[in-house]
Ligand binder design. Structure first.
Ligand SMILES: Nc1ncnc2c1ncn2[C@@H]1O[C@H](COP(=O)(O)OP(=O)(O)OP(=O)(O)O)[C@@H](O)[C@H]1O
Length: 214
């Protein structure tokens, strides 16, 4: 199994507090990493560092055996980051958001109507995103997963606000991505339905001043 992403000895300090130190991890194709920990532990910070959106104090992140900074184009092509706030344009409709986002992602072939149907938003296409519910806005944001060609998905709390059907839909999409040798790093306060070799877990916890990784 080839290594997709590797974090080497990462240390992050925010607002004078050490969130993690010398944290290393490795993830291969077909594997999913669940980053766990209480509120404020540093899970989003770790994901943002792995996504290249934040610099660690120390350490490096490698993709396909190369340091992040060596090949920004490869990085952009092979990673997809979706943050915990649904990044939708409030004044645009669901359909316009899908057009806008897929163009921004360089996915010219995308059929936005089909995508709308896939994520269960057909019938809501003319409503500005700001008038949609939290779960419906999340579905717009997650629709990117249905056309993404990136090997590594980095997803911060993707299940938040989704109903049971939305969660099932997302699990199915994850399953397909893993079967195609994709990799996923995510945070979630809910348990995942994978187990065994495919699933890796890391838990960031602060016991008094001691940092604990499992
Ligand atoms: N922009 C920032 N500047 C300074 N400190 C920050 C910033 N963003 C987050 N922090 C701090 O970093 C710590 C970790 O935040 P982070 O968002 O990574 O936690 P988390 O584990 O994802 O939490 P949650 O489960 O609540 O989403 C928190 O104490 C937070 O206050």
């Amino acid at each position: 199994m080839s290594v997709v992403i590797e974090a080497k000895q990462l240390t992050s300090v925010r607002a004078g507090r050490t969130l993690f130190s010398a944290l290393s991890l490795q993830l291969g194709g077909g594997e999913i990493l669940h980053v766990e920990g209480p509120n404020g532990a540093g899970k989003s910070t770790l994901l943002r560092i792995i996504a290249g959106l934040l610099q660690p104090l120390e350490g490096e992140v490698w993709l396909f055996g190369q340091p992040q900074q060596d090949d920004p184009e490869l990085w952009q092509r092979q990673t997809l980051f979706i943050g915990h706030k649904p990044a939708v344009k409030a004044e645009l409709t669901a359909l316009e958001n899908l057009h806008f986002q897929s163009q921004l992602d360089g996915a010219a072939h995308v059929d936005a109507w089909q995508l709308l149907e896939t994520v269960g938003l057909l019938g809501l296409e003319d409503i500005p995103a700001q008038q949609l519910s939290a779960g419906q806005q999340r579905r717009i944001a997650l629709a990117r997963l249905w056309y993404s060609q990136a090997k590594l998905w980095i997803l911060d709390e993707p299940f938040t606000a989704l109903d049971t059907y939305g969660i099932e839909l997302l699990h199915q999409r994850f399953q397909r991505h893993l079967e195609q040798s994709g990799s996923i790093i995510l945070t979630s306060h809910q348990p995942l339905s994978w187990s065994g070799e495919r699933l890796q877990k890391i838990r960031i916890e602060h016991n008094d001043e001691e940092l604990v990784y499992e």
